[in-house]
Design a protein around this ligand. Structure first.
Ligand code: ATP
Length: 415
């Protein structure tokens, strides 16, 4: 049985991953849970998400399916914040994972879908499901079941005791920096060294204490052992699509639409300009169409790189399109344009710079009496290297593939 759940929490609290963690524990007497469960991030542009658009699915081997479904249903009712305006839980229990479900995941991570599209597949396959209120969570629940991860990473989430929910998290921050030092790059996005921030713990009142992300399970577990904190109520290691670029569509500027994420190639046609609030904008063109690109204030030091771009640079930008503007998550500078200035020529005899000989009269060297008509083209050094750049960990999108994972030459990982 494949169980998927989504959209159970609200701004006020709770968390779908916590509900799933409790549910897995409750299902233990009824069968065997194949680990690890999946923590699946879906289209980051989905309108009704609470935070990171996450859904959870796991596989249960059981000969008591009815009891399992009943337990799941009760747990969803108990651990959902049904009072939340945008909380519309969905619970799916499928006997098998079909190609249509896999395709549905591929669409849910890239496009915006309707609830009826999920229901259509569920009804067609005779799958057991329950939707609460609008039942929007059926989209995420079905997509999480369908997720077939060719590329994947892991996250170990530690949960808080209920009595601590809503209180400041007690974590020994020095041990977090230590854990990062000892386990990076087996783990990543625990801290943001450049911006001096710990980024692995939420600030909200939900049950998550922290999450350790990485490629290597042993490194993740080692980091967990190093970190000292308030007592952990339970912990779960999830298989995830985080850090895989699963949301990115290889596209052309002409076809790029709002609420989807793309990799687009073009030349910079407008130098970067900063606006109030510290946001930086520029535009690219592929010859036929142009696209505005933005590095917003939260992307911090990434904007320093963006500010060094110049018209003519050939770039590949990755990010979500919102209101016709691509919000950059990552950029590959393919080619740097030659920047040149025109200056008065050098005297061939004394090697000093010549002076203007008057309007439209070229240049002359007073000392040697040499003359020249045209100014000299002087190539300016570029304070920028080509290659990949990314936003720092404090601004990372869950789905963005970290440069440390991409293993491409000329990468400038941010940590
Ligand atoms: P958390 O990260 O705390 O679990 P969340 O950010 O995942 O919260 P949800 O409460 O799960 O937010 O709400 C997201 C809603 O968007 C869910 O109902 C989910 O089914 C739906 N959804 C997910 N992907 C898409 C999509 N591609 N198109 C339309 N709706 C989607």
């Amino acid at each position: 049985m494949f169980i998927g759940v989504d959209d159970t929490d609200s701004d006020k609290g709770l968390c779908t991953t916590y509900l799933a963690a409790v549910l897995m524990k409750r299902l233990e007497p009824l069968g065997n849970i194949r680990s690890p469960p999946k923590l699946i991030r879906l289209n980051p542009c989905a309108r009704f998400k609470t935070r990171g658009n996450a859904a959870v699915a796991f596989e249960l081997e059981t000969d008591r399916p009815e009891e399992a479904r009943e337990t799941a249903l009760q747990t969803v009712v108990e651990f959902s914040d049904l009072s939340g305006e945008n909380t519309n839980p969905g619970l799916v229990a499928a006997d098998k994972r079909t190609p249509e479900m896999k395709e549905f995941y591929q669409r849910a991570v890239k496009e915006i879908l309707e609830i009826c599209e999920a229901k259509e597949i569920l009804d067609e396959h005779g799958v057991w499901y329950r939707g609460f209120k609008k039942g929007r969570g059926l989209i995420g629940a079905l997509a999480a079941i369908g997720a077939d991860l060719s590329d994947h990473t892991y996250e170990l989430i530690a949960y808080r005791h209920k009595k601590n929910w809503g209180t400041p998290r007690k974590i020994d921050w020095d041990t977090v920096w230590d854990a990062d030092r000892q386990t990076y790059p087996g783990t990543w996005d625990t801290v943001d060294s450049h911006n001096r921030r710990v980024v692995f713990a939420p600030h909200s009142s939900d049950p998550v204490l922290f999450g350790i992300r990485g490629d290597d399970i042993a490194s993740i577990k080692r980091a967990f052992d190093i970190i000292r904190s308030e007592p952990v109520e339970r912990r779960v290691l999830y298989l995830t699509n985080q850090g895989t670029d699963a949301h990115i569509i290889q596209g052309e500027i002409a076809g790029a639409i709002d609420d989807q994420s793309y990799r687009l190639t073009g030349r910079v046609i407008e130098a970067p300009r900063a606006i109030d609030g510290g946001h930086t904008f520029f535009s690219i063109s592929d010859g036929d169409c142009s696209m505005a690109c933005a590095a917003f204030e939260p992307t911090k030091n990434f904007r320093y790189i963006i500010n060094k771009l110049a018209p003519g640079d050939l770039v590949e930008v990755y990010g979500a399109v919102r209101d016709g503007t691509l919000n950059i998550e990552k950029m590959n500078i393919l080619e740097l344009a030659e920047l040149a200035v025109l200056e008065a020529p050098i005297c061939p005899s004394c090697k000093r710079r010549m002076e203007s000989a008057g309007k439209n009269q070229g240049y002359r060297c007073r000392r040697c009496k040499t003359k020249a008509q045209d100014r000299e083209r002087k190539v300016q050094p570029r304070d920028l290297e080509d290659g990949f750049y990314e936003v720092p960990p404090c601004a990372r999108r869950h789905l963005s593939k970290q440069l440390i994972r991409m293993k491409v030459p000329g990468a400038h990982p941010s940590r």
